[in-house]
Design a protein around this ligand. Structure first.
Ligand SMILES: Cc1cc2nc3c(=O)[nH]c(=O)nc-3n(C[C@H](O)[C@H](O)[C@H](O)COP(=O)(O)O)c2cc1C
Length: 268
């Protein structure tokens, strides 16, 4: 049998490969993603239900580990609850001011119900917790992209994990439902500029992870770029390195592993 030859776009196997570097691809989705910036001030216009439904459907269409769909979103409509959540998220007023606020949760509750109904065990371990966190995050990020495609602004709210016992009281989440972060959505009432990221070649490597020196050199380059952005945007931080140092000097939310355990998670 004659072995097949992948001739590629250049034609026959004997041809000299085309050496020209292709232009970066351009399309509306890439433009949308490149224009992402968190929005923290919103117009009061409500979000029509069909828009919310479209975003939730887009979220649900994200890939999900073995189709387990281990997530839930709890929309907070009650103004008094929103006010309570402002306090619980460390005074983030946008949580009350945004037209739509959702608590995004990892959810293995429905798996447990299915197992209980059949009288079979439902095993919990670190892998199960990670699946729920990963699934819920992909669900949320697809929703974010969908909302942004409809002209909305969004902001995640990790502050939702500041006080999980109090949050649990507010949301009434049962065993197996783990609040992870909040999501504010609404028409932007500000136009924040796009925050530069690390160079793509600082996060994409070929075959092996690079030496520390190369990583640090790339960070130095980023520090120079983002310090200009901080200055232009009136943020009093010298650079990314100093932000990261401050952020991770002390551990955050140290009580949370115990709370997630009480809510049926396991980290074994
Ligand atoms: C999981 C998660 C939690 C976040 N929590 C908060 C938060 O509590 N408050 C806030 O104002 N922004 C929050 N953010 C937004 C980040 O600060 C923001 O995405 C980051 O600084 C990059 O800026 P950009 O989104 O404008 O590009 C969070 C983002 C993520 C992904």
């Amino acid at each position: 049998m004659i072995p097949s030859v992948d001739t590629g776009p250049t034609g026959g196997p004997d041809e000299t490969p085309n050496q020209t570097v292709p232009d970066p691809p351009m399309n509306d989705i890439l433009d949308l993603l490149a224009g992402h910036r968190s929005v923290r001030r919103f117009k009061p216009d409500p979000i029509p239900e069909p828009h919310l439904d479209a975003a939730v459907r887009a979220g649900q269409q994200a890939a999900t580990s073995s189709n387990i769909q281990a997530y839930a979103a709890i929309r907070i409509t009650d103004p008094a609850t929103r006010t309570r959540l402002v306090a619980l998220t460390g005074g983030q007023e946008k949580v009350a001011a945004c037209p739509l606020f959702m608590a995004i949760c990892g959810d293995v509750r429905r798996h447990r119900l299915v197992a209980n109904r059949a009288g079979v065990p439902h095993a919990a371990n670190l892998e199960g917790f990670m699946l729920a966190v990963i699934d819920a995050t992909l669900f949320a990020q697809n929703m974010v992209i969908a909302f942004e495609s409809m002209g909305y602004g969004t902001c995640y709210v990790g502050g939702l994990r500041n006080d999980l016992p109090a949050l649990h009281e507010v949301l009434g989440t049962p065993d197996g439902v783990w609040p992870l972060f909040g999501l504010c959505v609404g028409r932007p009432d500000q136009e924040p500029s796009v925050r530069p990221r690390l160079d793509p070649r600082t996060v994409l490597f070929d075959d092996r992870y690079p030496e520390d020196e190369a990583v640090l050199a790339a960070i130095d380059d980023y520090d120079r770029r983002i310090s200009n952005w901080y200055r232009e945007n009136g943020i009093r931080t010298p650079d990314w390195s100093s932000r990261i140092r401050n952020h991770f000097e002390e551990p955050h939310r140290t009580a949370n592993s115990a709370w997630y355990r009480t809510a049926g998670a396991s980290f074994e």
